[in-house]
Design a binder for this molecule. Structure first.
Ligand SMILES: C[S@@+](CC[C@H](N)C(=O)[O-])C[C@H]1O[C@@H](n2cnc3c(N)ncnc32)[C@H](O)[C@@H]1O
Length: 444
């Protein structure tokens, strides 16, 4: 055994999907390790108080271990938990969140009694309605775990069948004799969605112009509805299939009882079932505050609103609603989606949220603020939000660490955490969607 090779027992899982144990009394985070495993490990990254490691050999496997359903598991970085049952995954995801929550708020604060509810997914495979795959030489797939090497995959077990079909067909064209090298070497990312329409985005390197014939071949070979080319300067060019305008009218994305137009360059929650559960949780909470919409909010604000996924469901609970979003595609879709659903009390504003909050008039008040930022959260903006003096804040997030960081600031500013819902939006990975329902503390 080299001096970097050690024997370890794994006790728990941590955020990021690592198995955790101690070797020579130092904490070690081990990739793809399961609580209950005894392993020999190789340290790959040393720090003062902890190390990262990979498994060399499983000496004694945990009773929780099971055969992964995917041949790429352990190589491809797309999944973290295909080697344990879904029940075990739910147990650990809840434990990890509660532990991080306690670390953030301490054990003596008024937050110890906060109701934290875990909402498992009905489907833990084939649930993704969008996937983004890297391309390098002839490999199309996700990055290898903790590396930037692309692992070639023929299918993804988390993706819906239609996306795997798109991968097979579009991948075949990209790797064909006609297009491999001259075209494929100029594309770095291939994204598919099947949410209403079948959409493909090709992220193009430099300013390479994809030939018309190639676009035609992708349309013919995949039967997709739209192709988008995304350039390094973020410029996006859209191509619609010949009959797409006619088809588009029939291929709405439905979310609960509403219909939406959706284009791939705008954000979409990847798990349709859990997205609808989240909307139900939000409207269910608002129902109780507004007595079923009898006592409407005057002014509601939906920050980072995307194409109106949550915004449109607020329509009957507020006199006026403002949705703020920086993506051009999303904001245009939001406006169209409001019209499509005969909604007239929503104003969509295209703006960076921090600029919007900076410019807002000092006396402007919102009684309900919903926010659903990207992974980075709202660092530096919690003060701007509490300055608007909302009675209620609903914070939706896909990153536990930034969520807890921001939540603590809201709590320090006098907001009481009424409850937290955890939604398993991303089964078989360590990721989690979380929502906090906050109310301005009556004593603050
Ligand atoms: C997690 S998504 C949520 C979208 C929407 N609420 C939904 O449920 O579909 C975050 C959204 O914030 C937008 N966004 C990211 N940074 C932003 C910023 N600085 N200002 C405004 N919008 C931003 C993204 O384009 C994306 O649509």
């Amino acid at each position: 055994m080299s001096d970097k090779s050690k024997i370890i027992n794994i006790d728990s899982l941590s955020y990021g999907g690592w198995g955790v144990g101690r070797a020579d009394s130092k904490v070690v985070f081990v990739a793809y390790a399961v609580p209950g495993d005894t392993l020999t490990i190789e340290i790959i990254d040393e720090h003062k108080n902890y190390d990262f490691a990979v498994i060399n050999k499983i000496i004694k496997p945990s009773k929780e271990r099971m055969e992964p359903v995917c041949e790429y598991f352990g190589i491809c970085g797309g999944c973290d938990y295909l080697d344990i049952s879904y029940d075990t995954e739910i147990y650990w995801k809840t434990e990890i969140f509660k532990k991080e929550f306690k670390k953030t708020f301490g054990s003596n604060s008024s937050t110890t009694d906060v109701d934290i509810k875990f909402n498992p997914a009905k489907e833990n495979l084939n649930y993704r309605q969008k996937i983004g795959l890297k391309i390098h030489n002839k490999d199309i797939g996700f990055y290898k775990k903790y590396s930037h090497d692309v692992v070639n995959i023929e299918q993804c077990r988390l993706a819906k069948a239609g996306l795997n079909e798109l991968l097979k067909k579009a991948g075949g064209i990209l790797l064909s004799e006609k297009y491999y090298r001259p075209i494929t070497k100029n594309i770095s990312l291939l994204t598919f969605s099947e949410a209403g329409l079948k959409n493909i985005i090709l992220r193009v390197k430099n300013n390479f112009k994809l030939p018309e014939q190639f676009i035609k071949d992708i349309f013919t070979g995949t039967k997709c509805d739209n192709i988008f080319m995304e350039y390094p300067d973020k410029k996006i060019i859209k191509y619609a299939a010949g009959s797409a305008d006619k088809n588009n009218n029939k291929k709405f994305l439905t979310i609960k009882d509403k219909k939406f137009l959706y284009d791939l360059p705008s954000f979409i929650q990847i798990n349709k079932e859990q997205n609808e559960n989240i909307i139900n949780a939000i409207t269910g909470y608002i129902e109780t505050i507004t007595e079923g919409g009898e006592k409407k909010f005057s002014n509601a604000l939906d920050l980072y609103c995307g194409f109106g996924n949550i915004t449109l469901f607020l329509t009957s609970y507020a006199d006026k609603i403002t949705g703020v979003e920086s993506n051009d595609f999303a904001i245009e879709l939001g406006k169209k989606n409001a019209v499509l659903n005969n909604i007239s009390n929503i104003k969509f504003v295209k703006s960076d949220v921090s600029k919007f909050l900076d410019k807002i008039e000092k006396d402007k008040k919102f009684d309900l603020i919903i926010l659903d930022p990207p992974r980075s959260g709202i660092k530096g903006l919690t003060g701007n939000i509490t300055d608007l003096n909302p009675l209620y804040i609903i914070y939706v997030s896909c990153d536990t660490m930034t969520f807890l960081r921001d939540l603590r600031q809201f709590a320090e500013a006098g907001y009481e955490i009424e409850k937290i819902h955890l939604f398993d939006m991303f089964p078989r990975t360590y990721h989690l969607e979380q929502i906090a329902f906050l109310r301005k503390n009556r004593r603050a």
